[in-house]
Design a protein around this ligand. Structure first.
Ligand code: PLP
Length: 405
């Protein structure tokens, strides 16, 4: 079925650095050979700009770039014209917020949660400051989950936008986005989803979820850095103004200052895009689909349950999200500062992330600002988890400080 040992052979980083135990996949992921080949193939075989040249390699580059739109459309079940390429999900969420922002007026409410990543809050904060919109937070439980009944209680006529992560990045809270979208739409609100931690790990069907906008980053799903996706319902993309202006996105402009934009998605892609990145993202999505997103989800759920059961038994560890079934394992070693504990693990070639993970108001929910996050992907194994548990069981203040002396 899911032959992880065979899959691991696809990843040069796993072959080249067998000493490393990489559990920082929520930050970024390793790349399979297919993605490396796609990027290098463009650089070595048909380097050209896109949407500009009439010669053979330029036409080939155009086709490869546009083909990724078709692949992503299949990956998330939308139309290719609903796929905009950006630099990352942060860029996607800024475009969405400032695009929608032009339709909002003073007092309009954006409903979100305290578990969001900075990228899904700060653009709305800017609109709060500049336009006088209001941000309200719907209640989440101790593991960061927003329950549909709490969401319904928080909804009201003033809410024009609901913006939240499908899976949160610190606690891995899986939000009931389909139910949330249905309730939000009863009130005529737009639904924006941060898919950074969900799209790489589970099947995503934007039509079934019935969301209006979704963003995600290529580098968190085996693709190159510097590429993101903005999905938008086509009628909304057509109505929305682009944040970035320049070449490639306009049909005409005149000396009187008037601009006629191209249709979406091109009007959101000003300037030369990350062509090799987009082509690599296409290869990454094809690779994930060849493994099967359902298989990836099932295998990761099994791994996470195995991990959770074992870490919960360690007396020296405080484990914050035992009830969640997706996302990272988030914990602290009792009495040890998170970064010192992560340094101890790092000294044992174990890669994890410590800190507030860009979710700087989440401490209002879980009561601590600093945590360690161990995040898995489908190429991790139970043997690696065993190695991790052995090291984690030895994190004490004495051991953690000891690595510095
Ligand atoms: C939930 C979530 N949203 C947004 C981001 C921002 O991603 P990027 O840095 O690729 O823009 C991250 C990154 O960790 C994330 O986890």
């Amino acid at each position: 079925m899911f032959d992880v040992e065979k899959i691991r052979q696809d990843f040069p980083m796993l072959r080249n650095r067998p000493d490393l135990l990489y559990f920082d996949n929520a930050a970024t992921t390793y790349k399979p050979q297919a993605v490396i080949d796609a990027v290098c193939g463009f650089w070595t075989g048909y380097t050209s700009n896109v949407e500009r040249g009439d010669y053979e390699t330029a036409v080939k580059a155009d086709r490869a770039y546009d083909h990724t739109r078709e692949i992503i459309a299949r990956f998330i079940n939308c139309e290719p014209k609903e796929v905009v390429f950006t630099a990352n999900i942060s860029h996607s969420l800024n475009q969405i917020a400032f695009g929608i922002g032009r339709w909002l007026k003073e007092g309009d409410v954006v409903l979100t949660t305290e578990a969001e990543h900075a990228s899904n809050l700060l653009p709305w904060f800017r609109l709060q400051e500049e336009k006088g919109i209001r941000i309200e937070y719907v209640k989440v439980d101790r593991q960061g989950v927003c329950h549909a009944e709490d969401f319904r209680r928080a909804m009201h006529e003033g809410v024009k936008v609901v913006s939240m992560a499908h899976v949160t990045n610190v606690l891995g809270s899986l939000q009931p986005i389909k139910e949330i979208a249905a309730i939000a739409h009863e009130y005529g609100a737009l639904v924006v989803v941060d898919g950074a931690q969900s799209v790489p790990h589970r099947p995503t069907d934007v039509k079934d979820l019935d969301v209006d906008f979704l963003g995600f980053s290529s580098h968190k799903m085996c693709g190159p850095d510097g590429v993101g996706v903005l999905y938008g319902r086509y009628d909304l993309l057509q109505k929305m103004d682009p944040v970035f202006l320049g070449g490639g996105m306009n049909a005409r402009f005149s000396s009187d200052g008037s601009i006629i934009y191209k249709d979406a998605p091109q009007k959101f892609e000003a300037g030369t895009p990350n062509i090799e990145g987009v082509i690599g993202l296409g290869a990454a999505a094809e690779y994930l689909m060849s493994l099967g997103m359902e298989n990836i989800q099932a295998y990761e759920a099994e791994l996470r349950a195995y991990f959770a059961e074992r870490i919960a038994k360690l007396d020296n560890i405080e484990f914050y999200n035992p009830d969640n079934t997706s996302g990272p394992i988030t914990f602290n070693a009792r009495g040890v500062f998170a970064q010192d504990a992560a340094g101890y693990l790092g000294a044992h070639n174990i890669c994890v992330r410590s800190g507030n993970h860009c979710a700087k108001i989440l401490h209002e929910v879980i009561g601590t600002d600093q945590t360690i996050r161990a995040s898995l992907y489908f190429y991790n194994t139970k043997e690696e988890i065993d190695r991790f548990i052995e090291a984690a069981g030895n994190i004490t203040l004495e051991n953690a400080i000891g690595i510095f002396f």
